[in-house]
Each structure stands twice: as structure tokens, then as C-alpha cells.
Design a protein around this ligand. Structure first.
Ligand code: AMP
Ligand code: MN
Ligand code: MN
Ligand code: MN
Length: 285
């Protein structure tokens, strides 16, 4: 019987809508055997997820999704199998969360100037003491009736050149990869087809990523179309990358992304989990 891997997911610790325990239970119910919890810039959900995974007999890969600024763009790098006790990793992540805190207030100020006061407070309430991301602003504006869906809010308010957009000032690629390395993890470029880069820029990113010690890329992602998968599979083979797969699940409010429904990796793409560097820290403990 084949093992079902899902190496990218979110909980309430960042912008997912399920608690870590609920997420693990939903993954288990969906048929996932190995799940990575990869919250944005935090490992806060990992202890609860590991506890619940242990009870259900699911393997939990401790992970994180790090926000990176590269050539004036934000890209996301997954650290898989990271040790959350690693000081370098935690110091790095806390710097990113500091920027997030400032950015959340700044988004609030900008939205207020655009005629939507109270968004910072609303987003903070939804984040329940955890990091405040753009998703929380989107959920707040939808709940207030200003837009029909989070997708609409992003398009109208939260992306480049829109009133609530604040330019990212995230980690450098070198720093993010060194934190992941120090924490014993494997680094993977998240959802590479999402960056709207030219093919040559994406190849440059993957090349630099490999040069800095990065290991792989998501070929299968919940946000990749069939065409994206084929293009990414070709890049993965040509650039000598390991291949990963993850749903990028954020919760049941996005019904088009389901846990346990990922297609298999295309032929010729070497799975990250079959590599000798696949972390030994993967555990059910
Ligand atoms: P942040 O890291 O706070 O800037 O927010 C990035 C997150 O926003 C992503 O991980 C997604 O969860 C969400 N997101 C980004 N773009 C969109 C979009 N167009 N529609 C809905 N959610 C989005
Ligand atoms: Mn997210
Ligand atoms: Mn992402
Ligand atoms: Mn994600």
C-alpha cells in the first residue's frame, strides 16, 4: 500500500482555521499518513500537533514556512524536519514575526485611510493571539460584508499597488536556508508556480536556492494546476531538485483543497522523503 504524504499545511498558529490537533485529526481522517505542519514563520503549533499525531498513529514532520524576500518578491521556503528547539531558527523566526506585527498595524492604518477603520483590531481578534497575517484581514473584511470572499479582498486591497499592501521585508534566501540547515531540516521552495515569474527568473531562483544548500521544490501543490505540475516536474528534473508534495491546506473554508487527495509525483521526480538527507527527526513523539 502506498504511503500518503502531505508536506505543507497550516493551523491556527498562523493563518489556518483549525487547531493543530483538529488539523492532524482531519488529515488522518482524509487518509494522510505523513503530514508536515508548516505554519508561516512560527513553530508554535508543533507540540500540540505532535501529541495528537502520536495518539492517532500519524507521522508528523515538524515544519515551518519561512517568508523570504528575493529580488523584490516574496517567496516561501518550507523547512521540513526542523528541530523547533534550534536557537538560530527561533531567533530568525522571531525577527520575522516582529516585522509581521509592525506590518499588521501598518496594513490597518492604510485600510483606515482607504475608508475601512478597525481592520487591525478585527484581524487581531481573528488571529486569537497568534501571528496576524493578511488572511486575517481578508476574513475580517469578508465578515464585515465588504467583499464576498477572501480572494476578492486580496485582489482589491492586499496585493501590490492596492490600498492595504505593505512591501515585504522578510528573510534573505541565505539566512532562511541557514536557519533551516542549523535546525537539521531540508529546505523546499513552496508552490513555485505561484510567483508569476518568467521561466528564466524561476530557473535563477532554483539555481540560487540549490547554491545556498536548498534541496527541493514542490512539484505537487494544492495551488498548482495540471499544467503547473507538468512545468514544475520538468524544472525539477532539469535543475536536479528533489520533489515535494503538499496541499497548503488552510482549513475547510477552502473546499477546493482537501486533505489526502494529492496526485502522485510525476515519474522522474525524486521524492524528498527518499533522499538520504530526509531528516531523522521525523517523529510521532
Ligand atoms: P502573509 O504571509 O500574511 O503575507 O499572507 C500570505 C497568505 O495569504 C498565503 O499563505 C495565503 O494563505 C493567503 N493568500 C495569498 N494570496 C491569496 C489570495 N489571492 N486569495 C486568498 N488567500 C491568499
Ligand atoms: Mn497562508
Ligand atoms: Mn505560501
Ligand atoms: Mn502555505
Amino acid at each position: 500500500m502506498s504511503v500518503h504524504y502531505d508536506l505543507h499545511s497550516h493551523s491556527l498558529a498562523s493563518d489556518g482555521s483549525l487547531s493543530p490537533a483538529e488539523l492532524v485529526a482531519a488529515a488522518h481522517a482524509g487518509g494522510v499518513d505523513v503530514l508536515a505542519l508548516t505554519d508561516h514563520d512560527t513553530t508554535d503549533g508543533l507540540a500540540e500537533a505532535a501529541h495528537s499525531a502520536c495518539q492517532l498513529g500519524l507521522q508528523l514532520v515538524p515544519g515551518v514556512e519561512i517568508s523570504v524576500s528575493w529580488q523584490a518578491q516574496t517567496i516561501h521556503v518550507l523547512g521540513l524536519g526542523v528541530d523547533p528547539a534550534c536557537d538560530e531558527l527561533q531567533t530568525g523566526l522571531s525577527g520575522l514575526r516582529e516585522f509581521r506585527n509592525w506590518r499588521a498595524e501598518e496594513i490597518g492604518r492604510r485600510l483606515a485611510r482607504a475608508g475601512f477603520p478597525g481592520c487591525y483590531e478585527g484581524a487581531r481578534r481573528l488571529a486569537r493571539g497568534n501571528i496576524v497575517g493578511r488572511t486575517h484581514f481578508a476574513r475580517h473584511l469578508v465578515a464585515e460584508g465588504h467583499a464576498p470572499s477572501a480572494r476578492h479582498v486580496f485582489k482589491r486591497f492586499l496585493v501590490n499597488n492596492k490600498p492595504g499592501y505593505v512591501t515585504g521585508d522578510w528573510a534573505s534566501l541565505e539566512d532562511a536556508l541557514s536557519w533551516i540547515d542549523r535546525a537539521g531540516g531540508l529546505a523546499v521552495v513552496a508552490h513555485p508556480a505561484r510567483y508569476r515569474m518568467t521561466a528564466s527568473k524561476l530557473r535563477r531562483l532554483l539555481y540560487e536556492f540549490r547554491e545556498c544548500g536548498g534541496a527541493g521544490m514542490e512539484v505537487i501543490s494544492g495551488s498548482h494546476t495540471r499544467d503547473n505540475i507538468n512545468t514544475m516536474a520538468a524544472l525539477c528534473r532539469n535543475q536536479d531538485m528533489l520533489a515535494s508534495c503538499g496541499s497548503d491546506y488552510h482549513g475547510p473554508e477552502n473546499p477546493w483543497i482537501k486533505l489526502g487527495q494529492l496526485p502522485p509525483l510525476p515519474a522522474g521526480c525524486p521524492p524528498v522523503w527518499e533522499n538520504e538527507r530526509w531528516p531523522a527527526t521525523v517523529s510521532t513523539a
